[in-house]
Ligand binder design. Structure first.
Ligand SMILES: *Cc1c(COP(=O)(O)O)cnc(C)c1O
Length: 482
């Protein structure tokens, strides 16, 4: 058989495919039944690269099933109750299957003709999300991640807010900026800089003691920018911030934007999912007043990475994002060709994002998301109560969702010793591999941070984490105080 024929051999595919489903199901069963002690495989990167290079891990003639197994065994296990690190979702299983269909059909999504159903599903998904958020006239796109999503939305804002044709003529002599919270995700900062607005284009609004944008400073920051010769284009609210999961007061920002005729963008990458929960939707109250919203399905909506929706209040914004000003005048909806997505999306070839999202909605409906959000947000708040009751732990904010910062504080240490102690604690925890957590900096101090993304994590597991932190902490104390 020729090598090409081998690559398309349906018999071999059937056999390895069935075997792979068994491998994944076995892995999932073992993980969920808590038969796996370690969540994090700790390897030194240089050593690992060397062993791979030497062929120590996988021989050339090993079956491909061995390769798949290695990938699963040598990655952080997001389906494990002790995965509390980054905001990465434990993918729901039907969306895992959907990836195989997408990989096989491999439609580019830029033009309707190459993938009629997935393109229609994209519009359906955008409409569904728009009506969920209270934007009935919405138009928008699915894109590869919140970072590109924020850039797409801010480009549209620039098109809408500047009278000149910046797309063709460039920025010229004028200076522009966006107002953002000090705690905004760094992708917002990147978007502003990619647009060439520079450091001065980032007008930072201070946060309050809960790390939410302090909206009482909006006017003062706005006036300072105007005095410095900067035309303010818009304000970006975070739902929620990344480090502490703090939700900005969207109604206050919306009113400020309405009064000063500014674009109102909401970065709801993580916390936008609250909209699906009757218990937690109040956290995003005011989001229906936004000109643009982004939400990541791969954060709190159980979908494989990446899958982000960019939603615009006014359909025209989506058509103008990557186009000269003249197109603003489109009046005939037919001419807009909503189904040729490449006109409105950053990507040219784009993965079939709608398929991974829709597979979940089809199988479970949005109630899956509601239950998941409630379980995880409840757990974050419970962890806050646990930490509050422990005198040897600091809790710098009251958790609003499933993102929680904390640190171990045996009472006799200085601030810099505390920073060092908590850095060492995290390293030790990762080495042990029984928990996976991350760290962050808040007001120049180092904190441990958890993203409680796993639906099988319990309050007892969080108590277990604190025991592990104390254990690592008491060992590290000797190093820190010497
Ligand atoms: C994760 C995150 C982003 C970036 O999204 P990616 O999908 O990782 O590119 C942007 N904003 C916020 C608030 C986030 O939490």
């Amino acid at each position: 058989m020729s090598i090409i024929d081998q690559a398309y051999d349906s018999k071999v595919f059937r056999k390895t495919g069935h075997q792979l489903v068994d491998q994944i199901a076995d892995h999932l069963e073992r993980t969920i039944s808590r038969g796996k002690e370690k969540v994090y495989p700790h390897y030194d990167p240089e050593m690992l690269f060397k062993s791979w290079n030497n062929g120590d891990l996988l021989s050339q003639d090993a079956p491909v099933a061995d390769f798949f197994q290695l990938v699963m065994d040598m990655s952080v296990d997001h389906h494990h109750f002790a995965d509390m690190g980054h905001q990465v979702t434990p993918t729901a299983m039907v969306s895992v299957l959907s990836e195989m269909v997408s990989a096989y059909t491999n439609c580019g999504m830029g033009v309707y003709e190459v993938g009629p159903l997935p393109v229609v599903l994209e519009k359906w998904t955008i409409n569904f999300m728009g009506s969920t958020f209270g934007l009935p006239e919405t138009e928008g796109v699915l894109t590869s991640g919140g970072t590109l999503g924020n850039l797409t939305a801010l480009l549209a804002a620039r098109q809408a807010m500047i009278a000149e044709d910046v797309w063709n003529e460039g920025l010229g002599e004028k200076r522009y900026g966006f107002m953002i919270s000090e705690e905004a995700h760094y992708s917002v900062e990147r978007a502003v800089k990619i647009m060439g607005l520079g450091e001065a284009g980032l007008i930072k609004v201070p946060v309050n003691d809960q790390f939410q944008m302090d909206t009482s400073h909006l006017l003062e920051c706005y006036n300072e920018a105007i005095d410095a010769g900067i035309q303010v284009l818009g304000v970006i609210g975070s739902s929620c911030s990344t480090a502490t999961g703090s939700f900005d007061d969207l109604d206050a920002i919306a009113s400020f934007c309405a009064e000063h005729k500014l674009w109102f963008h909401v970065d709801a990458a993580h916390g936008g999912a609250a909209i699906f929960s009757d218990q937690y939707k109040h956290l995003v109250k005011g989001i229906e007043r936004a000109d643009s919203i982004i939400i990541d399905f791969h954060k709190m909506l159980l979908t494989p990475s990446l899958a982000t929706a960019v939603l615009f209040k006014q359909a025209a914004s989506s058509y103008n994002t990557f186009n000269p000003k003249a197109q603003y005048l489109w009046s005939d909806d037919q001419q807009r060709e909503w189904y040729n997505l490449a006109n409105r999306t950053f990507e040219c070839t784009k993965p079939m994002l709608s398929v991974r999202i829709y597979s979940l909605l089809h199988a479970h409906g949005p109630d899956l998301w509601a239950e998941y959000v409630e379980r995880q947000f409840d757990l974050g708040r419970t962890f806050g109560e646990i930490l509050d009751a422990e005198p040897d732990f600091d809790l710098p904010h009251q958790p609003e969702c499933n993102l929680v910062c904390f640190r171990y504080r045996p009472n006799h240490l200085s601030e810099s010793e505390l920073d060092r102690l908590n850095v060492i604690i995290r390293k030790e925890i990762l080495k042990e591999g029984r928990f996976y957590i991350v760290q962050t900096t808040l007001q120049n101090q180092t904190y441990l941070r958890v993203s409680l993304m796993n639906p099988f994590t319990t309050a007892e597991d969080l108590e277990g984490l604190l025991t592990a932190v104390r254990g690592a902490g008491s060992k590290a104390l000797v190093t820190v105080t010497n």
